[in-house]
Design a protein around this ligand. Sequence first.
Ligand code: IVH
Length: 699
Amino acid sequence: MTEDRVPPETKPDVDVDPITSQAEAERAVDKLRDAVRYHNYRYHVLNSPVISDAEYDHLMRDLQRLEERFPELKTPDSPTQRVGGEPREELGVIDHPVPMLSLKAVYDEADVRAFDQNCREELGVDPVEYVAEPKYDGLAVELVYEAGQLSVASTRGDGETGEDITPNVKTIQEVPLSLLEEDSRAIPDQLVVRGEIYIRKDEFKSLNDTRVEEGKDSFANPRNAAAGSVRQLDPRVTADRPLHIFMYGVANPDDIGFETHWEAIQALPGWGLRVNLEYAERFDDVEQAISYHLHLADRREELPYEIDGAVFKVNRIEHQDRLGVRTRDPRWAVAYKFEPRRATTKVRDVQFQVGRTGKVTPVAVLDPVQVGGVEVSRASLHNQSEIDKKDIRIGDTVLVERAGDVIPHIVKSMATAGGRTDEEESRERVSIPEDCPVCGSQVVMSDDKKQAHCTNVSCPARIRENVTHHASRAGMDIEGLGEKRAEQLIDAGLVERLSDIYRLTRDDLTSLERFADHSAQNLLDEIEDSKERPLDRFIYALGIPLVGRHVSQTLAQNYKTLEELMDASEDELERIDDIGPKVAHAVVAFFQSEENREVIERIRDAGLELRNPLHTQEGKEQALEGLSFVFTGALERWTRDEVKRTVEEQGGRVTSSVSGETDYVVMGSDPGSKLGEAREREILTMDEEEFLAFVEGRV
Ligand code: IVH
């Protein structure tokens, strides 16, 4: 893009309807174009949009309407005349064999019906048959197979030319490098397939956790993470990321002899290309497609990947050809989008929370706002560096986003880009206090302003959070020791440090209010059970700064006993893959503290076993070594994260879809279609109880 990249008004205040004079129209068109170009650049080049899709579509529609009313203002370089985006030249460019179009976005049923009416009228066919699919929120790609071999992979770019991402895409396991031979259909000379590369929500979370542990910036949402992972100069980075792909169309169906889109997407899996057939459906008319959208919206949260709507496509290729394309998008397809998950609201106040490691985190208190069906009233501001970078002040209107199941975050301040007005400038800046808001001790901030910590090891906020972290599911999993209980025990003086948990007696507990005999016994039993947790969980439960679940597991893989880990030097730790200098320093500093050593010794006196099944030299055969599991339906005992960890701890693998490599499908309640797939492929199934027996080595 050659356009000016200084942010223009992000949402120009233009009311198109009343405009009558050419001069007025010209000014409005200029403003709208500047804004659209800027947002194209933010979205496609920086992977960092600052307005919602709905807002973008609105700007684009206003511009289109004005250009229709004043055709002399339509110029060949107007953003309405192309798809948007600009290839990154460093990656090399590829001409698309068939232009990669965009989709017209609509937000209500009336617009969908208008789309259908147009199709019916233009075609003289009533009703028109559609295929409906989820609209995946990832990165669009084109794969070209020549004589069955993957020759080129590219991004959409400006629709005519995209970036060459072939080496990167080749690292994605789900992309076949050569097409499988299928009995029923010969491999075409050329196959141009389109699809979406994405990162699953759970993997996005772990990826971000690991990045934070390593002191790197986290990704705002799975889409950015996927795009950032693929648009890389170094394919090794791509290879390391949990990328997946769904193919959703063939760009040259006529060459291959497909008569319908349905036929095309049914054929792709036979060649080894992944299609989400579970959610693709063919409908006789638009009303059925509209019901599909409603149903899909209901399931949105439970899907393991992000979608932002449904795509309706006219099924017959001949119909598609007759309907043709508008400048940017086909007349035969429409994106019926969901409620946006971004919204703007005002920052009322900023509070400072003190976490279990003493870390002070700023949290914005917002005017409550609905974001994609959920009310949001707080959002993390992460750290001082973020606040300064985004220049977020109290009273600012901000853009908040909810994505990938993580807590809402603030994308940016909507204060005038490039220079605040006097009123905006007078707003209070946010800075982390010098004294701890809980105990009043000094707060120290790192040089890069990314970390601030209360210096008091016995800060009450730290103890409370420490106890709940220690007892959390991912830690020692002591049920019944949540925030309220922890607070009660601390207030009563029964728990002053972690080790005190393991010294609680029945009398201690029953002396407390709201503690019946049986709940006291339950808690004591839970504490007793927790003594069997493996070493990696204990390391995590200690609450060492920067040591999350992934790092704890890595440490347990490398150190057989806690004692060995406690004696490790920074140099030694840094030699481990995945452990950077910051983490190494944090670990050594933690174990150097006399106070911490004493706490650990006391906990160990309580009789913890700390077995270490993860240690690589342990040599003993793992129960699930080499086995691949798929889970379907709701599990009672475990979250998906836990079950994945359990399987992995024992040498197995968990995958999201059933394939020829799946050894077992484990069914929870209401198992989905994967159960059918398992039966079809004659894969063994088991229920949760059977799985448990299996894991515990009882069968
Ligand atoms: S069909 C001409 N199908 O939406 C038809 N696109 O604006 C063009 N997208 O970034 C695309 N899921 O990657 C189609 N099931 C789906 C899709 C889908 C997501 C994305 C696509 C592109 C955008 C089109």
